[in-house]
Design a protein around this ligand. Structure first.
Ligand SMILES: [Zn+2]
Ligand SMILES: [Zn+2]
Length: 304
């Protein structure tokens, strides 16, 4: 399973229908949080995600709308008796941030809390996937993140193996792992019974940023690109000044990168009643685009 849950999709401040930034990825039951704006733990409760399976929080930058939810979430997890370690990744000063709120809150945490500083290009390697830190262009030190799954072995054609005389059992797994085997003096090649390697899925989350080459590069062929889309083009000057992107700019980048889906997020409060200006201009460039909404879920199927 690879599911994206949009817990907070508002830009800079909360509105009546959008929480500040927080995006959760559920990969095979493990929960990863990207940004953790104010109120994220309540959104997790509304979405019934639980907290135990949360292993890591990746912070894009230390503007309040991306990290204010962390102290409360930590305290709640400690209160609920969490024992599993939690890792918080972020750009420079993440260690200081975690130290300050841990000390000021007089927490007596029952679980290990580790802060890990990342720079662009760093890769956090996990079992079956990795998280890559991406250079972004915002008004303060910032990172974007890409989740890249490992390639999957091709499908094993059981019927064909049997028809070639291979007895079900250990020889099946040898063939599936790429080894050729001998049956009754005859060589059976792995490639005859195993399909081609399937590429892993890729999700990119930009955080707050101007469109930039590093994001374009990592987004090539991504299944989903979740891009800053704070403003519409009539506010382009302000987007440049505040180091955000317009919907048009996000769509232009998505088209160039050839992504499957573009999801626009970090929506300014000026579009609280009507997001159609953002959607219209994005669709004029790139068809497969949606505007994120709080508590929206998106399943990413395996590539064929
Ligand atoms: Zn922001
Ligand atoms: Zn920001």
């Amino acid at each position: 399973m690879l599911r994206i849950l949009f817990l907070g999709t508002g830009g800079s401040l909360p509105t009546r229908n959008r929480n500040p930034s927080a995006i959760m990825i559920n990969r095979e039951g493990e929960l990863l949080l990207f940004d953790c704006g104010e109120g994220t733990q309540q959104q997790m409760m509304r979405a019934k995600t639980g907290m135990k399976a949360l292993t890591s929080i990746f912070i894009t930058h230390f503007h309040a709308d991306h990290m204010l939810g962390i102290p409360g979430l930590i305290q709640t997890m400690s209160f609920l008796g969490r024992a599993e370690p939690l890792r918080i990744y972020g750009p420079q000063r993440v260690k200081e941030f975690v130290k300050i709120f841990s000390e000021l809150g007089y927490y007596k945490l029952r679980f290990e809390l580790e802060a890990i500083e990342l720079v662009p290009g760093d890769v956090v390697v996990r079992d079956g996937y990795c998280i890559q830190a991406i250079e972004t262009d915002h008004s303060v030190p910032s990172l974007g993140y890409a989740l890249l799954e490992d390639s999957l072995r091709g499908r094993f054609n059981r019927e064909k193996a049997i028809s070639l005389g291979v007895p079900p059992g250990p020889l099946f797994s040898r063939l599936h792992s790429g080894m050729d085997v001998e049956v009754n003096g005859r060589m059976i090649r792995s490639e005859d019974v195993v399909g081609r390697i399937r590429p892993g899925r890729k999700i990119v989350y930009t955080g707050d940023t101007r469109p930039c080459d590093s994001i374009l590069k990592v987004s090539m062929g991504a299944d989903v690109l979740i891009h800053d889309s704070t403003l519409a083009s009539d506010q382009e000057e302000w987007a440049k000044e505040s180091k955000h992107s317009t919907a048009f700019e996000a769509a232009t980048l998505a088209k160039e990168a050839g992504v499957d889906h573009l999801v626009l997020t970090h929506i300014s409060s000026r579009y609280t009643d009507d997001v159609s200006p953002l959607l219209r201009e994005a669709q004029s460039i790139f068809e497969n685009v949606i505007i994120a909404e709080d508590l929206m879920e998106m399943d990413i199927p395996l590539k064929k």
